[in-house]
Every structure is written in structure tokens, then in C-alpha cells.
Design a protein around this ligand. Structure first.
Ligand code: HEM
Length: 144
């Protein structure tokens, strides 16, 4: 999935984010909804609540980056929780763009092209697992 250097860059950048995770989570959703108002209706939880779940999930993923198998199973579980919502593939780009934007504006001078590339690779891998899990689930559901 990611090489050692990419993992290091992600862990370093996330260590700056964690102490500000409440504010940054809130900024992420504000930006996501301002750019894509049509997806706001999917979220029933308070932004505060949802933001805490997202930030804790990202922390778990980042802490576990060396343990690929465990991580893929964990991401599949998260994907299954999304089955309850009418989420489309293009929503993953919206979420990914909002995440990268929020990290970039908060990390300022510690953000560079290499860090950005590592984050994009991580996010794309997570999105890929989530999308393929949701497709598998839909197909087996239709077959039964
Ligand atoms: C990297 C990708 C993503 C991660 C890590 C992620 C993570 C999470 C987590 C941890 C939850 C809470 C689940 C629970 O209640 O235990 C959640 C809920 C949710 N996610 Fe995601 N998510 C991702 C992508 C998306 C995308 C692309 C959408 C589409 C807009 C989306 C929409 C939702 C919705 C609607 C909920 C339920 C919120 C509510 O009940 O108010 N997620 N997500």
C-alpha cells in the first residue's frame, strides 16, 4: 500500500492535526458542505459527533498503517456502515478533496508536494476498499 517514507510523512503531518482535531474536523465538514451542499442531507448526526467519529477513525487507520491486513478488515467494516446511506462513487472525490484541502490549509509550511502525494495515495486506497466492499455487498444482496 504505502512505503515507509509515505507512512512517516502521514504520521508526522497527523501528529500536528491530532491536538486540533475538534476544530479541524469541524472545518472539514464546513468546507465539504459549502462546496457540495447536496450531500449535507445525508448527515443526520451533529457535525461535532460525526467529526469526532471521522477523526478517531483516521487516527486508528494512521496508527495501524504498518498492519495492512487488520487495516483492510477495519476499512471494510466502516464501508459496511455506509451501506445504510445513498452514497455514490463521486462522493468519495468530494470527501477526498475536502480532506486534502483541510490538511493543507492547517499544516501550512509543513505541507509539501510529497506529503500531499502520500495523503492522496492513502485516501485513494481507503476509498477503493470502501467502494469495492459496497459493490460486493450489493451484488451478494441481489444474488440472494
Ligand atoms: C475515507 C472515507 C471515509 C471514512 C474514513 C468515513 C468514516 C465514517 C465513520 C467512522 C462514520 C461513523 C460510522 C458510525 O456511526 O459508527 C461515517 C458515517 C457516515 N459517513 Fe463516512 N467515511 C468516509 C467516506 C464517506 C463518504 C464519501 C460519504 C458520502 C457523502 C460518507 C458519508 C457518511 C454518512 C452519511 C455517515 C452517517 C452520518 C450520520 O449518521 O449523520 N462517508 N463515516
Amino acid at each position: 500500500m504505502l512505503n515507509h517514507r509515505e507512512i512517516l510523512l502521514i504520521k508526522m503531518s497527523w501528529s500536528y492535526i491530532v491536538p486540533m482535531s475538534d476544530t479541524i474536523g469541524f472545518e472539514f465538514y464546513s468546507y465539504l458542505f459549502s462546496k457540495n451542499p447536496e450531500i449535507k442531507r445525508l448527515f443526520e448526526n451533529s457535525i461535532q459527533n460525526q467529526s469526532k467519529k471521522l477523526m478517531d477513525t483516521l487516527t486508528f487507520i494512521i496508527v495501524s498503517l504498518m498492519h495492512l491486513n487488520t487495516l483492510e478488515n477495519y476499512i471494510e467494516v466502516i464501508a459496511m456502515k455506509h451501506q445504510a446511506y445513498p452514497i455514490q462513487e463521486e462522493h468519495y472525490d468530494m470527501v477526498g478533496n475536502a480532506l486534502i484541502h483541510t490538511l493543507k490549509v492547517n499544516l501550512k509550511q509543513t505541507w509539501d508536494k510529497e506529503t500531499e502525494a502520500a495523503w492522496i495515495k492513502l485516501y485513494n486506497r481507503i476509498a477503493e476498499i470502501m467502494i469495492s466492499t459496497s459493490k460486493k455487498h450489493t451484488v451478494s444482496h441481489l444474488a440472494s
